[in-house]
Design a protein around this ligand. Structure first.
Ligand SMILES: Nc1nc2c(ncn2[C@@H]2O[C@H](COP(=O)(O)OP(=O)(O)OP(=O)(O)O)[C@@H](O)[C@H]2O)c(=O)[nH]1
Ligand SMILES: [Mg+2]
Length: 244
């Protein structure tokens, strides 16, 4: 008889929406290891989070960009946070509201001490844009590791998919990601199992903040803010393009 391996669905079981926050004072207090889903509006953050958790409607998904407007915390198996962020770069949203989202994304990234990694989503049809480079510069400034994930791979034929994935991997390789771009589809499920395993590794790895040798600088995460508020200057974005 074939029994399902516990490794097959590492996040199956209880996952609950806990709160939608727009400033650090309203984040939930439990210090669980955390991953956050970041990327342009409509790139597929909420859909991917649902798929990884094997839940159809936990996070709200919509064809209309600007669907997720708060920082949504999902508690997974009572030991981890999965955090769904508002998207950036949604032109239709009023400028003031868009600035508020950017501010709340920046405040989030500067304040989370148990954030193990950001999952940076990039639509494989569009590739990396200036806004993504700006985000990467912010992540570098805060010393937050990021794992790049290409979304909606089901929308491309094999040839375009391979070409775009190759280009994206080249574009990102100099920007110190946690690994090569992982292809994914929340629709077909492609790439989901390896991504679940990778997230599990990141969430269960020893906490870098507590395993740093005493002589090294404390990680910027949780320490004093070192970056200008998000959005950061075009200079920083350009610097991100030149990072090793
Ligand atoms: N074909 C396909 N469509 C997808 C995939 N992932 C997401 N979508 C669709 O893309 C649209 C946006 O998905 P969301 O998950 O809401 O995107 P988001 O990044 O959370 O967007 P915001 O909350 O606005 O920042 C929805 O219509 C989804 O059904 C995918 O892998 N394949
Ligand atoms: Mg969303």
């Amino acid at each position: 008889m074939h029994l399902p391996s516990p490794r097959a669905e590492p996040f199956a079981g209880e996952a609950t929406f806990v709160t939608g926050a727009d400033h650090p004072g309203s984040y939930p207090p439990e210090p669980f290891p955390e991953v956050a889903f970041v990327g342009r509006s409509n790139v597929g953050k909420s859909a991917l989070l649902n798929r990884l958790l094997n839940r159809r409607k936990l996070a709200r998904v919509s064809r209309t960009p600007g669907c997720t407007r708060r920082i949504n915390f999902f508690r997974v198996k009572d030991r981890w946070w999965f955090v769904d962020l508002p998207g950036y770069g949604f032109a239709q949203v009023a400028a003031a509201e868009s600035r508020q989202w950017d501010k709340s994304i920046g405040a989030y990234l500067r304040s989370r001490t148990d954030l193990r990694a950001v999952i940076l989503l990039i639509d494989l049809r569009r590739g990396i844009l200036d806004m993504d480079r700006t985000m990467i510069a912010l992540l570098h400034a805060q010393a937050i590791p990021f794992l790049p994930v290409a979304t909606k791979v089901d929308k491309l034929n094999r040839r375009d998919r391979d070409r775009n994935l190759g280009q994206l991997r080249r574009d990102l390789s100099r920007l110190s990601p946690l690994g090569p771009v992982a292809p994914s589809s929340a629709l077909s499920g492609e790439g989901i199992a390896p991504l679940q395993q990778r997230l599990l590794e990141l969430l269960t790895a020893a906490d870098p903040a507590t395993t740093e040798p005493a002589t090294t600088e404390p990680a910027a995460l949780g320490g004093p803010a070192t970056a200008s508020p998000f959005p950061i200057s075009p200079d920083a974005a350009a610097a991100a393009g030149k990072a090793p």
